[in-house]
Design a protein. Structure first.
Length: 147
């Protein structure tokens, strides 16, 4: 799958978001080393803090389908999902909690996972590695001395 297709999958996933409170729809597409792709979308609720981010939704699907250690690339897009297509010109990056979960997948795989962060309309894309988005992160490898 090429970069544009993975971003398109994330944008399409965002249209399935349940975001009545923030009205900010986020979609995530995750690609495995074998080219398999899973997607996820954010899901809010009236309690706010118990919502689910698109990245966590997609990471859960990835774990079930091919395993977190097989993740090679992630695309995230967010914006106005009320129309037929996702809209907006602000680039969407994973939140801190999602960065931590992506870091743990990266540590399991031994790969510095690439994250494509796109605007809602898909016109702007930033390319990051999880190591740059969460430098000095704490994850499973830091627990080696736990006993």
């Amino acid at each position: 799958m090429n970069e544009k297709q993975l971003i398109a999958a994330a944008r399409a996933a965002a249209l399935k978001a349940y975001a009545p409170y923030s009205r900010f729809s986020v979609g995530c597409a995750i690609e495995s080393v074998d080219g398999e792709v899973v997607t996820g979308a954010n899901m809010e609720n009236a309690c706010y803090r118990l919502g689910v981010c698109a990245e966590i939704s997609a990471l859960t699907a990835a774990q079930a389908k091919f395993g977190l250690d097989k993740i090679v690339r992630i695309a995230v897009a967010g914006g106005d999902g009320l129309g037929a297509e996702l809209a907006g010109d602000t680039v969407c990056t994973p939140c801190g909690g999602c960065r931590q979960s992506i870091l743990e997948a990266a540590q399991l795989s031994g790969r510095d996972i690439e994250i494509l962060c796109a605007s809602g309309d898909g016109a702007t894309v930033e390319r990051h590695r999880i190591g740059a988005l969460i430098p000095h992160g704490f994850g499973p490898t830091n627990l080696a001395d736990a006993g």
